[in-house]
Design a protein around this ligand. Sequence first.
Ligand code: ATP
Ligand code: MG
Length: 555
Amino acid sequence: MAEDNLKVSNHFIRTRIKEDLAKASFTVTTRFPPEPNGYLHVGHAKSICLNFGIAEEFDGRCNLRFDDTNPEKENDEFVEAIKRDVSWLGYEWNELLFASDYFEQLYAYAEQLIQEGHAYVCDLDAEQIRAYRGTLTEPGQDSPYRERSAKENLDLFRRMRDGEFKEGEHVLRAKIDMASPNINMRDPTIYRIKHAHHHRTGDKWHIYPMYDYAHCVSDAIEGISHSLCTLEFEDHRPLYDWYLDTLRTPAHPQQIEFARLSLDFTITSKRKLHQLVEEGHVDGWDDPRMPTISGLRRRGYSAAAIRDFCERIGITKKDAQIDVGVLENCLREDLDFNTPRVMCVLNPLKVVIENYPEGESEQLEASNHPKRPELGKRSVPFSREIYIEREDFMEDAPKKFFRLTLGREVRLRYAYYVTCTEAIKDDQGQVTELRCRYDPETRGGKSPDGRKVKGTIHWVSADHALPVQINLYDRLFHESNPAAKENFIECLNPDSLQILHNAVAEPSLQSAKTATGYQFERTGYFVRDISDSDDGKPVFNRTVTLRDTWAKLNK
Ligand code: ATP
Ligand code: MG
């Protein structure tokens, strides 16, 4: 990791900002500009960590600005979800802003463009505009409306604003260069007519600004020093600069592009995430299998693990697919250090300890973390009947099977050494119960005579068991690059959720909170879900397995 850290601490955006600060004194000001048309996903986390992280690092400011210029798809539910997610990730915005706050200013600047001969109202329809635009190899053609007078343009533009025309009848375009090698510069649209209800401005506006125009002007109004965006906007930078130069805005932010995050086995497109939710392939935006921030949170991811991941993958100019194992390992590292250990049996098999006094029980001391004594200890009840994991017993066990089998001694974690004496079966030959004997001298799992056992298994006292539901989550897609497939829905992993209804946990989990993760000894990291099961039991989501089982499969 050392090499990576080196790369991270020197990434090109940091370097650029340091150079700028050496040349002039200013407050580093960034913004995170989501469109409130869906929930944030892990790709957005990269942008959040970068923008807020840079501001923190250089004692600057970062605004949360909603880019709300497409009224049909945007709403307040998304605004609230985005605010929640940014806060949860651990960041505080300097100001909470909306591009729609600037509609008046954006409009006034557009009139300025018209008056100075830099914009015109065009009556071509969408298809004609496309045909006139030319191609990568051929220049475009001037619109027949390009030479309208400023007076006529202003009149038409004001009537567009007042709602006199139908959608598509006119657009306002910048007058730049129809022969530019950069297609974005071939008289791009600045405003289009939309008779749509806006989540904040209601029915006031009949025209809405295009992203390329609204974005740079909003940045300039806020005095953003560095406008960090993803690589697909690189070709839009000349237009970003053209608008600000032409308008002579008081500030002229620098746009700097970086590579988007794409993760294998994961979708990071809001449109496709919408489809998963709308078609019911998942149980909402915060389904624990979703790569949304809210899904990851419900799954048991910590904000620290996500931030650590974003720092480790670094910032580059080159698109690359990141192994989702990198994210999972950041998570494992965090959870390994921070989560208390508890015992839960996922697939229970009953064990009767024949020589343990009937009707009695005792409290055994269990440590909450093997490497962190400061996390303390707890009591775990033990009694004559316990549950163990079904897969921890094997009747005809090979030599290397160090768990429970007839006649071989194993340690029950924190409790005693036990030896299995009998396996009771049903008519089909399925083992239904085990009989064991324990050695009372081995209390706490230590033998007085130095006798060694190879295996240690977890257990739960049957009398004290807390019935729980376990949701075992796995990757949502079985294909490493679902986004590249024609139909990504076909790549859904049919086994991405397995529900266990009979699991039992030690009683301490009764008070488990939804935000606290646990390591269930030997079976993985889990977190309590936000809702209980239909029959009223606490539900625990598997956050991640203890080890990377997919890496092994792919070898
Ligand atoms: P999507 O394609 O999923 O709709 P978007 O870019 O349209 O994403 P926005 O809400 O406009 O979504 O994104 C807000 C900010 O987050 C933008 O600055 C965008 O560049 C950044 N962002 C979005 N996706 C990623 C990603 N995968 N990696 C890094 N940054 C991203
Ligand atoms: Mg966008």
